[in-house]
Structures are given as C-alpha cells and as structure tokens.
Design a binder for this molecule. Sequence first.
Ligand code: SIN
Length: 270
Amino acid sequence: MQYQLINVEPLTASIGAVIGGVNLADKLSEPVKAEIQHAWLKHLVVFFRDQELTAEQHLSLGRDFGELHIHPAAPYRHDNPALMAIHTDADSHRNNGEVWHSDVSADEQPPKASILYLQTVPATGGDTLWANMYAAYEALSSPIQEMLEPLSARHEANYSGFYGDHKPQRANPHANHPVIRTHPETGRKALFVNQGFTKAILGLSREESSALLQFLFQHVKHPAFHCRFRWTENAVAIWDNRCTQHLAVWDYFPNTRSGTRVTVQGDRPF
Ligand code: SIN
C-alpha cells in the first residue's frame, strides 16, 4: 500500500514503524484510520511521537480498535479501570512487563491491542522491546512446526502481591490456548506461548513440557525478531498482542517512568 495520508518509517525489517503526520487527539477520518490500521497489521507495533492526549482521547483511540479490556488487577487512573496506570519510580519494588509476554494471555479472550502513552520518561533507559511472533513461528523448522501445530498450552496469571494494596478488579484468570494461533485478520500463523503467563503444554509430561517451553522462550529472545523503542515524552505505542510479545527494561531506577495503557479486547485464539 502507498500511504497517502500518513508517513510510515519502519524501525526494523521485521517489526515496528514510527508513524508521522498524525495528531491522535484529532477525530481521525476513516481513510486515516484505515492507513494506520494497515500499517499496524503490517508492522505489528506502531509509534507516534509528541502526542498531547487527554484521558478521554486515549480511551477513544482504544475504542477505535474495539471494546476496551479491563486488566484483572492493575491500578488505574481517573477512576476508570480501562485506564491502566503504568508507573515506576524510586519507591517501586517491581516494574510492569519485565519478562517477555503478550498482555494478559491468561484471559479466555486475551487483548488484541494495547495502547501505551508515556508522559514521563527517564533521560536514559526505560526502552521497550517487541518481538515478532510470526517471524518466530516461521523460523522454526517444518518438523517442529508440525509438532507444535496440534498442541495447546495452559496460561495462568498470578497477580497476588504484585500491585501492593490495590484491590484486584477480578480473580486471577487462566485459560488454555493453541501454541500456534492464526491471526484472525491476517490469516498468518504466530507462536503464542510466553514466559510471563504460559505454564505448561497440555498432554506432555512435566519434563517434556518444561523443556519445550524453555526452548520456545529462548527462541523468542533472538534479536532478529525484535525492535527496541526509545521513548520520548508523550510518545504512544500501539501493539498487536496476537502476534507480538514485549518486554519493558527497568534500567532507570530511581528515576520515574509514567503513563497510562488502554487495552482492547480480543477474540478467543484459534
Ligand atoms: C506493559 O504493558 O507490559 C508495559 C510496557 C512498558 O511499560 O513499556
């Protein structure tokens, strides 16, 4: 596609693109939305710099992608559980997303998209990495792809103690999902196990499941599948959880990194 209304600068050959020429605070026209959607499906995570969004505009951007998802346990802002707080500072004992994961994959219908807006960023550090799960699947040999194809895995979340005194919105989720899922919009196959939530592959012995998951978690870490985003104040990232994983690097303690995430409900993986 030749983009007519937006500028798209790929970050790597595999994943990630910075989109220019768009003010996300505006009511976006249908043709602009269609070009953003196209770039998002192609590059899997897209970035917008220098955006000034109110909470309502951030939520409205999420609604352009679908129904909003409520995180099971994370604190939120503006009294709205759809506006998840992403905040780390000198008093933090942990950071969101420090291991490779796809957001809340333990839900029966895990989020399709996440939209992170950071208003405060450290002078250095605090980058986020994303990994392309189509590429991770395609890099496996045919015999391993064929072995994984019929398998499902158990995903579990355990947020107890994770968010301090904050009372969870709902019980810890758990669900079984295919190890290889088909993206409902592109029809492409993607690896769908992650270190954050996937606990076991069903039907295998404990040793087999653990060895296979360790191999796949290691495989996902190959830099050829990755992009790395250097945040600047008021940047926005929109990623596709159905075909990516991400990891937030906590290398800026005791500095503050802060913003909000709006997450969009997805379908049951197949
Ligand atoms: C997350 O959504 O997992 C956090 C990502 C980040 O803070 O960069």
